[in-house]
Design a protein around this ligand. Structure first.
Ligand SMILES: Nc1nc2c(ncn2[C@@H]2O[C@H](COP(=O)(O)OP(=O)(O)O)[C@@H](O)[C@H]2O)c(=O)[nH]1
Ligand SMILES: [Mg+2]
Length: 279
């Protein structure tokens, strides 16, 4: 269903065991989340798995998220004593800060003294948040294998960073929280769940419902709407009319409208948007 991974219960158990195994041999974990959906792109199991192990949260795709929201989220985590950094793995923004935070964890771990084994870490997160991109950024590699396959790695492979730290080459892939349909929708808006398994028109209509609540001005500006309609379906039809997405007989081409709105949301073309704020 997600990146062709079947998250059936047996698989979840296996994944959990694999991550737990890997965690035993690292000194810290970097949890990658999608800055547009910091709640829905986390899996609570990670807290249980990490226990007291140091963790740094990377708010990735921060370039696509609302800047004010990014600030609010950072403050929120800082207030809880959780280390978090904003990253953009497409451009490399925030990587230096992340490395600096890791260096702090390293000196805490070894009491700032000289040590004879490298500081080791791993990357964890749900599909599509940018784990592979982050590994590439940290190692300076051009590309790491696409298509993550939890459970098939034989032995542990370590990548050495220029600062001497070691990074496990396979990220720990967590399953999203399927139980809550709202979470599923948000993951789908952000592209973590493949469109093919969903009704794209329904999905876009739900997204429009959210956006006209949270970002009405950006929505109007992007699609040159005079105002937001009360009913999201009317907004969707107004977008179709503005763009000329019509079928013979002047029927609305919902599919094309949906694809456009979803694509433009995902690429940040409508604007930088965050769908979940700290409580
Ligand atoms: N805009 C933006 N896109 C990103 C960023 N990081 C990764 N991506 C894109 O998100 C998609 C998923 O990235 P990937 O590293 O494969 O995610 P993974 O499934 O967690 O390993 C790719 O198309 C990346 O180019 C980021 O910081 N900003
Ligand atoms: Mg990957």
């Amino acid at each position: 269903m997600i990146e062709n991974i079947n998250w059936y219960p047996g698989h979840m158990k296996k994944t959990r065991e694999l991550i737990r195994d890997n965690l035993k041999v690292v000194d810290a974990a970097v949890e990658v989340i999608d800055a547009r959906i910091p709640v829905s792109s986390r899996n609570p199991i990670i807290d249980e798995l990490l226990g007291s192990k140091p963790r740094i949260i990377a708010f990735n795709k921060s370039d696509l998220a609302d800047e004010a929201a990014n600030k609010a989220w950072l403050a929120h985590f800082r207030a809880q004593g959780v280390t978090a950094v904003m990253t953009n793995c497409n451009r490399g923004d925030g990587i230096k800060q992340l490395l600096a935070k890791l260096a702090e964890e390293e000196s805490r771990k070894f009491d700032g003294a000289e040590h004879h084994r490298p500081f080791r870490m791993m990357i964890v997160g749900v599909p599509n948040v940018g784990k592979s991109s982050l590994i590439n950024r940290l190692t300076g590699r051009k590309s790491t294998q696409v298509g993550d396959r939890p459970g098939v790695t034989k032995g542990k492979q370590w990548l050495t960073l220029s600062n001497g730290m070691q990074l496990l080459d396979t990220p720990g892939i967590l399953w999203p929280k399927f139980e809550d349909p709202n979470v599923g929708m948000k993951l789908a808006y952000c592209g973590s769940i493949k469109d093919e398994i969903l009704d794209r028109a329904d999905l876009a209509l739900e997204l429009i419902t959210e956006l006209q609540e949270l970002y009405p001005e950006e929505l109007c500006a992007r699609y040159k709407l005079e105002e937001i309609c009360e009913m999201p379906l009317d907004t969707m039809e107004a977008i179709a009319a503005k763009r000329g997405f019509l079928l013979p007989g002047k029927r609305i081409d919902y599919e094309r409208t949906a694809t456009t709105v979803l694509d433009e949301f995902r690429s940040g073309t409508i604007g930088r948007m965050t769908l979940e704020m700290p409580l």
